[in-house]
Design a protein around this ligand. Structure first.
Ligand code: FAD
Ligand code: FES
Length: 269
């Protein structure tokens, strides 16, 4: 992806067009901001006087950009207090996204866990826009509980174009939830998936990624058919500070999307 020539340290203002809450600690901001980006890339989103955080694109469209945010600390709590019409600041786009332009003609398998579904959503919307360029597309989306399910409307809409599998890990007693219960990795294990002309994109908690990769390898997938999104602490986002390095690679410029063989020997624990 070609980076723009503007000063990469200088944030630009953007107005919040819409805010949608998905769960008690998760929401999306739709911003009136235009940039040439590919799904899987990220921006540094900031609130003046508080700080900035790397946040991935959760959309693929021309009229607005969507960022989906999980509230965990200072910046994300400050973003959660903002409303339609407020101003945030953005640097970016940064990093390497999903190589979708190079994968036309392939079967695609998306595996998302919790907030990890958000960066994949941008890639899935790309595939929706270019549906005729891809063959079969499977979506495996896992959430902790029915209350944690994100993008409910989109999940329903995607059923018409893709082979959908959505699960929640557990439900409360007397819950009226009617969908699948169990880990999404078990759905992947049970599904007949061939590695012929297939590429997999995974984004989610490390344990889900690890199990998914193990299952895919058992099913015959090769390391270079699997792409992972990685999260690391970041500061500069442009390959200068070294905060985000994995095995000599910068997550901010060589990633955050990596082909599995590029980082497979890196141990996080
Ligand atoms: C490339 C990339 C894309 C991301 N995309 C999204 C996204 O789309 N939506 C979203 O909600 N979050 C995303 N994140 C994570 C998000 O950037 C962090 O949760 C955020 O920076 C936390 O900022 P804060 O000030 O709210 O929390 P802080 O107060 O800074 O931190 C809260 C806690 O989270 C830990 N933490 C902060 N950042 C990270 C990190 N990157 N990795 C591991 N632990 C961390 C801190 O050590 C602390 O324990 C992304 C991260 C990266 C690197
Ligand atoms: S965040 Fe500074 S080098 Fe990647």
């Amino acid at each position: 992806m070609k980076q723009t020539l503007k000063n990469p340290y200088l944030p630009e203002p953007a107005i919040i067009k819409k805010k949608v809450r998905h769960s008690p600690d998760n929401f999306s901001l739709y911003l009136d901001w235009h940039a040439h980006y590919s799904p899987g890339q990220f921006v540094q989103l900031s609130v003046l006087g508080i700080g900035e955080s790397p946040i991935s694109f959760a959309s693929y469209g021309k009229d607005y950009v969507e960022f989906n945010i999980h509230e965990v600390g200072r910046v994300t709590h400050a973003l959660a207090k903002m409303k339609k019409g407020d101003k945030v600041y953005i640097r970016g786009p940064f990093g390497r996204g999903y190589p979708l332009d190079l994968l036309h003609g392939n079967n695609l398998i998306f595996v998302g866990g919790g907030c990890g579904v958000a960066p994949l959503k941008g890639a899935i919307e790309y595939v929706e826009h270019h549906r005729e360029k891809f063959r079969d597309v499977w979506l495996f989306m896992g959430f902790r509980s029915p209350d944690d399910v994100l993008f409910k409307n989109q999940l329903d809409a995607w059923k018409s174009s893709f082979i959908m599998n959505t699960t929640v890990d557990q439900v409360k007693p007397q819950s009226c939830y009617a969908g699948h219960i169990g880990f999404i990795t078990e759905e992947i294990r049970k599904t007949e998936l061939s590695n012929a002309n297939a590429v997999v994109f995974i984004c989610g908690p490390p344990i889900m990624i690890k199990k998914t990769v193990e299952i895919l390898v058992q099913k015959g997938f090769h390391d270079d058919q699997i792409f992972l999104s990685n999260e690391r602490l970041m500061h500069c986002a442009i390959g200068k500070c070294g905060a985000c390095m994995i095995r000599g690679k910068y997550t901010c410029i060589d990633g955050p999307v990596f082909r599995y063989d590029e980082i497979k020997d890196y141990k996080t624990d």
